[in-house]
Design a protein. Structure first.
Length: 241
């Protein structure tokens, strides 16, 4: 299965991008690093590792970087794209797992689930991911075990039909909700993730506010009514108490 490329959004990841890109390059004919306005040597390190670099003029968010990667891959004639983070959390040697799951299932998307060493995820991130996965699964109408994992394989053609509004870290959650609602065939493959000295660019308070706004925008009328009814029920129980 060779009609795929790898796209890696990156922002100030000069320490990690070279190793990640070189490993990914051993599996894919093209590794595209989308440099999201980095101020360090991310682009130079990626190019030295054999990746092609697309530079965004300013830091525009992970979602914008991913959309740029999708568009370039589409223009190059690729059928699929594998996305993974550039901070060393994802192991490019897991790429064959995604290709095998796609071959076996003919899925529209194969998503990584960080279940093989979940106990090593920092507790605050584990709780945050569990909450987002629970709410996102409810909104999407299907169970999704790991809503925030950025290690994914997508068929590019169906992405054209989705209308997405976000451009930050919440982009991947919005994308997954829309995929599930649109009836995409989505498969999951277990992966490990490294937790250690990777640099997180997520500002917890700001990103939680963005996720909350995203989830409220994704409420269908029926789900919005169900949520309002649940709130009224809880208020009534509180008054009786």
């Amino acid at each position: 299965m060779s009609n795929f490329c790898v796209a890696m959004p990156a922002y100030n990841e000069a320490k990690k991008i070279g190793e990640a890109a070189a490993l990914a390059r051993s599996y894919a004919p093209l590794v595209l690093v989308v440099d999201d306005g980095s101020t360090d040597a991310t682009a130079a390190e990626a190019e030295a590792a054999g990746a092609e670099v697309a530079r965004l003029p300013k830091n525009s968010g992970k979602g914008k970087a991913l959309q740029t990667g999708f568009e370039i891959a589409r223009r190059r004639g690729f059928e699929m794209v594998v996305t993974l983070d550039a901070d060393g959390q994802h192991d490019p040697r897991d790429i064959p797992r995604f290709l095998e799951a796609r071959r076996r299932s003919n899925a529209d998307a194969v998503l990584g689930a960080r279940t093989e060493n979940a106990e090593q995820m920092p507790i605050h991130r584990r709780l945050n991911n569990r909450w987002i996965s629970m709410v996102g699964s409810w909104l999407g109408g299907q169970r999704a075990p790991d809503f925030q994992c950025g290690f994914r394989l997508y068929r590019l053609e169906p992405l054209r039909s989705l209308r997405l509004e976000t451009s930050g870290f919440e982009f991947e959650s919005e994308l997954l909700i829309q995929m599930l609602r649109s009836g995409w065939k989505v498969e999951w493959t277990p992966i490990k993730a490294a937790y250690g000295d990777e640099t997180s660019h997520v500002r917890a308070g700001r990103e939680m506010a963005r996720f909350t706004r995203l989830f409220f925008r994704q409420l269908t009328p029926s789900k919005r009514y169900a949520m309002q009814r649940q709130v009224r029920k809880e208020d009534a129980e509180t008054l009786r108490a």
